[in-house]
Design a protein around this ligand. Structure first.
Ligand SMILES: N[C@@H](CCC(=O)N[C@@H](CS)C(=O)NCC(=O)O)C(=O)O
Length: 226
């Protein structure tokens, strides 16, 4: 029995949802409404002391941190594999995943934007500038990594979906949501387009989540147009 604490718009939960669908693992979604602050509920903090999604419970085992969860899922359900046994390919996949998960995402996370608002009293325009600065700069670096290695094909690692793609696609969702420039990211866009043809990515998209509002502006779900 797998339970996923998720929020439809969360890019980190999106990574885990894609993996669950790719591996054909059945799971129950428990929505945590981040915009309403449900991540700070006392009961939820017992599940994730960092007050964030995703959190995954598999039988009696509770796990947080999306990359740790992806690694765990790859161990309990090895097919299709989300990494490579080749040590250089493995390091390359980690390099891209970590750039998004540890260099870009934490700077653009909700709690950081909220802190910039209060107590730091920045304006909305300043926070937008902050977001655009870190997201755009980070994705320029990811694009360079994809370009400079010879691995990228339909996906970040040739014709195989890997954890790198599971990080790139939700980040591209965020870029589109915040209307940030992506024309200069041709490899990221190609990967996104190819991924969004796969049922697992569509099923995992924000629009398809049980907690998504019915009038959610479509960005990545069925009928995605790059
Ligand atoms: N490093 C963590 C980050 C988790 C995280 O911060 N998730 C965001 C949603 S994408 C969140 O729950 N934010 C709540 C907040 O900032 O208050 C992971 O990869 O799982």
């Amino acid at each position: 029995m797998i339970t996923l604490y998720s929020y439809f718009r969360s890019s980190t939960a999106y990574r885990v949802r894609i993996a669950l669908h790719l591996k054909g693992l059945q799971y129950e979604t428990i929505p945590v409404h981040l915009a309403k602050g449900e991540q700070f509920n006392e009961m939820y903090r017992l599940i994730n002391p960092m007050a964030a999604v995703p959190a995954l419970i598999h039988d009696d085992f509770t796990l947080t941190q999306s990359l740790a969860i992806l690694n765990y899922l790859d161990n309990i359900a090895p097919e299709p594999p989300l990494s490579s046994s080749d040590f250089r390919e493995q390091a390359y996949v980690r390099q891209i995943s970590l750039t998004i998960a540890t260099d870009i995402h934490p700077l653009t996370n909700l709690r950081v934007l909220k802190y910039l608002e209060s107590p730091l009293h920045t304006t909305q325009a300043e926070r937008d500038e902050w977001y655009a600065h870190w997201a755009t700069g980070g994705m320029v670096a990811v694009e360079a990594m994809l370009r400079d290695h010879s691995y990228a094909g339909d996906f970040a690692l040739g014709d195989r979906v890997s954890v790198a793609d599971l990080c790139i696609v939700p980040q591209m969702y965020n870029m589109r949501r915040y209307k940030l420039p992506i024309d200069h990211l041709p490899i990221c866009r190609r990967i996104e387009e190819n991924c969004m043809k796969l049922p697992a990515f569509i099923q995992a998209s924000p629009e398809m989540q049980p907690d998504a509002p019915k009038d959610l502006e479509p960005i990545h779900g069925p009928g995605f147009k790059p």
